[in-house]
Ligand binder design. Structure first.
Ligand code: ADP
Ligand code: MG
Length: 249
């Protein structure tokens, strides 16, 4: 089996009496897309925010390879290899794709990124940005203002912004949101190739996309993973069917 890149172990988070993350463990392996699904209020966002470092777990551990990142700041987690997509709204619309990716690659605070600001490293920043833009397949749009791109292409720019920081793993929270049918299909193809560069923990409401893309699916209900496996396994799981009964998700 492929190497584990990201590992969450026995994570718990309470909000008062509510257990939002209930002794939860999961991992992400090299080369895979692991999708996390579950009804509204299941605890998906709470989990992602704990992995990203915006919310402190009550207990448990989060590792990238063998490094414990549980107590690191968001910036230090990025340096340790945790990639997270920037929101569309954070892109500078009048600026080119290249400029946006360059800015994102300098945007992470922390000492090891300080060298990016030195003028003599301008070339290195440009090269790094161009490499990330090639990875997402936007080579022909390098100098195009983001304002002129489609919604889907903007998502690709966001991913390029994340890739410019050379992440070992990527968290994607509802990348299909707001995309039309054809946009979703293109983005699905794109993510299917992206996983070969970097493994993806995917939270997504679009079940077509999830079942097309995911190598593994874990189903979260009341802060617990009630089932985990490939698409076929999840489709046929009685507990999963029950959890989704009457739920529009
Ligand atoms: P999902 O993303 O799967 O819809 P969330 O992680 O947003 O679920 O929420 C999980 C549960 O935790 C919900 O019951 C929600 O109301 C609760 N919750 C989330 N954030 C907070 C908070 N900051 N304070 C109190 N309760 C919260
Ligand atoms: Mg949510």
């Amino acid at each position: 089996m492929a190497e584990i890149v990201l590992e969450v172990e026995c994570l718990s988070k309470r909000f008062g009496a509510l257990v939002a993350t209930d002794n939860l463990s999961l991992n992400l392996r090299q080369g895979e897309i692991h999708a996390l699904i579950g009804p509204n209020g299941a605890g998906k966002s709470t989990l992602i925010e704990q992995i990203a470092g915006n919310l402190k777990p009550d207990s448990g551990c989060i590792r990238i390879h063998d490094q414990d990142i549980s107590d690191l700041s968001t910036a230090k987690r990025a340096q340790a290899g945790l990639g997270r997509c920037f929101q569309v709204s954070s892109l500078a619309m009048p600026l080119s794709v290249k400029r946006n990716v360059m800015i994102a690659s300098q945007g992470v605070a922390g000492s090891s990124f300080r060298f990016w600001r030195r003028v003599e490293n301008e070339n290195a920043i440009v090269e790094n940005a161009l490499y990330a833009i090639r990875q997402v397949g936007l080579d022909d749009k390098t100098d195009t203002p983001v304002a002129q791109l489609s919604h889907g292409e903007r998502r690709q720019v966001e991913v390029a912004c994340a890739l410019a920081l050379k992440p070992k793993t990527l968290l994607l929270d509802e990348p299909m949101a707001g995309m039309g049918t054809s946009g979703s299909q293109k983005l699905t193809q794109f993510l299917a190739s992206l996983k070969n560069h970097v493994p993806i923990l995917l939270i997504e409401h679009d079940m077509d996309a999830v079942f097309q893309l995911a190598d593994r699916i874990s189903v979260l209900v009341y802060g617990k993973i009630i089932a985990s496996g490939d698409g076929e396994t999840i489709r046929n799981d009685a507990a999963v069917r029950e959890a989704y009964l009457g739920d529009a998700d």
